[in-house]
Design a protein around this ligand. Structure first.
Ligand SMILES: NC(=O)c1ccc[n+]([C@@H]2O[C@H](COP(=O)([O-])OP(=O)(O)OC[C@H]3O[C@@H](n4cnc5c(N)ncnc54)[C@H](OP(=O)(O)O)[C@@H]3O)[C@@H](O)[C@H]2O)c1
Length: 268
């Protein structure tokens, strides 16, 4: 089993390093060649070109900035990829993944799409989850070596599923970060240091609220009583933000959304 990692940004380096540390024969390539030096020092084979990198590979992993870069890297070696497994862990949409899977199939390549739910420092830890979808047979064949990255979850044979779930989870994360930054800014207007506020209050609060999520799951209706209570709180957050000089453009739409979901008033 030989593997190649194309793209050695922060994430590609972490993925390739985990392969090498697991004793897997790994070839690496990056557009800016100097990023392969540290991996070569660890025992990876450094390829000068993409064609050289994929020549002996059974599994080709691509981890670059976006799908435009994926195409740029892979199209010149399309014929060489025939008969191999392509695992693309580059961020993209479900439609991007499905189109790339079709392209791979047209070139005789087995396609697996991946969504990495971890930061580079988390690669190699079992609590780091990697989502996969696409060819079940290819995933099963590579599941054990891929365990070097973290815990793999295969979501189905539709290649778009990993990207869809990845983006959904990232959306939840960005929403949480945005709310947290707003909270920190509000506290900061009275001189509360961001680090202290975050450690003492914000993180424990968010932890306790996460426990409520299973109860809310699938329940999109809000009772009128609940809506009124939440509207008071959101109105106070918006007005206090404005009074303290914190831009309200993040919080104000939440109040509008709550109003948009109000039960239509009963007509006489
Ligand atoms: N970092 C994270 O926390 C994280 C977490 C989950 C998923 N991911 C995903 O992993 C992927 C890579 O992220 P990263 O953090 O490694 O990004 P990064 O550190 O910015 O690295 C980007 C990589 O893409 C390459 N690249 C960009 N345009 C290219 C092109 N036209 N042709 C060839 N190579 C090109 C870069 O090559 P050069 O070195 O030559 O510029 C570099 O290897 C992204 O899709 C990202 O969403 C990252």
């Amino acid at each position: 089993m030989t593997m190649t990692v194309l793209g050695l940004g922060a994430m590609g380096q972490a993925l390739a390093t985990a392969f090498v540390k697991a004793g897997l024969p790994t070839t690496v390539w990056n557009r800016s060649a100097h990023k392969a030096e540290a991996l070569a020092g660890l025992g990876a084979v450094r390829a000068e070109t993409v064609a050289d990198a994929v020549r002996e590979a059974d599994l080709v992993v691509v981890c670059v900035l976006d799908y435009a870069a994926v195409r740029e890297v892979l199209e010149p070696v399309a014929e060489q990829l025939s008969g191999r497994v392509l695992l693309n862990v580059t961020n993209g949409t479900a439609a991007d993944a499905r189109r790339l899977a079709e392209w791979a199939s047209a070139h005789g390549v087995s396609y697996v799409d991946g969504g990495i739910m971890a930061i580079p420092q988390g690669i190699g830890r079992p609590e780091s989850v990697i989502l996969y979808s696409g060819s079940r047979e290819a995933f099963d064949r590579w599941a054990v070596p891929l365990g070097a990255w973290g815990t793999g979850k295969f979501l189905g044979t539709d290649p778009g599923l990993a990207a869809l779930h990845d983006l959904a989870l990232l959306g939840a994360m960005y929403g949480m970060f945005a709310g947290a930054f707003h909270a920190t800014a509000m506290a900061g207007t009275e001189g509360v240091p961001a680090e202290r506020f975050t450690e003492d209050l914000l993180v424990p609060w968010l932890h306790s609220m996460v426990d409520v999520l299973p109860m809310l799951a699938g329940n999109t209706s809000v009772s009128e009583e609940r809506r009124l209570v939440e509207r008071v709180a959101l109105t106070n957050i918006v007005s206090t933000s404005a009074a303290q000089g914190v831009p309200e453009h993040l919080i104000a739409p939440l109040r509008s959304l709550l109003d948009a979901h109000a039960e239509p008033a009963a007509t006489a």
